[in-house]
Design a protein around this ligand. Sequence first.
Ligand SMILES: Cc1cc2nc3c(=O)[nH]c(=O)nc-3n(C[C@H](O)[C@H](O)[C@H](O)COP(=O)(O)O)c2cc1C
Length: 266
Amino acid sequence: MFDETLAQAWDFRFGAAPPDLPEMGKFLNHRSVRKFTDKPIPQGLMQGLIAAGQSAATSSNLQLWSAIAVRSPERREEIAMLCADQHQVRGCAEFLCFFADHYRLRAAAAEVGEAAEGLEFAEFYTMATIDASLAAERIVCAAESVGLGICYIGALRNDPEGVKAFFDLPEGVFGLFGLCLGWPEEPLRAQIKPRLLPTSVCFEERYRKDVDVSEYNGRMAAFYESQKMKGDVNWSMRSGRRVDAHHMTGRDGQLAWLQAHGFLRK
Ligand SMILES: Cc1cc2nc3c(=O)[nH]c(=O)nc-3n(C[C@H](O)[C@H](O)[C@H](O)COP(=O)(O)O)c2cc1C
């Protein structure tokens, strides 16, 4: 599982031979997995994964995130429907939902006489989303290091009101994304997906406006073809479509929802 060498993983990622790299673990081997076996994840391992997430850096140690595991089959079915009926939400061993969470800190601050009005600023929404993402990705790295597969589920944001009711969320808590975890079905069909060249993403000293993505478009066109993803001519075309205003899948009301529930007011 995820058993490509570093050189092979680099080649899949960037279509080139790697530079002289030290041994550095399997951090280049990630791919989203959407088919899982029925094998459960041992409770001790889940506890270890959550502890790994909590060990991520967190802005000012505020820990502005929470996660909820959805385990009962009935509730898993319901949350799958809230997440655009995606089969991997049903089929994974564990489904964790991640939240930007101002509620816990607001309550702790109130107990010591602090109004916590700063939480209404955009800054603290951004901080909560960063905290949740760092924690989740650390769980992902830990999970993949022991052979688990993962798939993030952004569709948790499609219906914030439905998600609020489903989890009985208090004010100041917003569902950011779900995370499917499980043992990948073998043979593993998911491939390492090409990425933009490192030099197109990571610059020195100043922002580079002249990045040329045509080389990447060529690699992605070949990848789509190999995956039988019909109609996906290249990355610019597919991604451009993804960010037109017609693919918001219920998320176009997000700003109003967040403001109505205590976020992003200032
Ligand atoms: C925040 C976030 C939300 C995502 N939401 C979904 C989703 O709802 N369904 C899905 O199948 N994949 C989802 N993905 C997976 C991405 O499509 C995937 O990471 C991307 O295409 C790159 O492929 P790779 O992970 O295999 O490298 C999500 C990824 C992220 C980071």
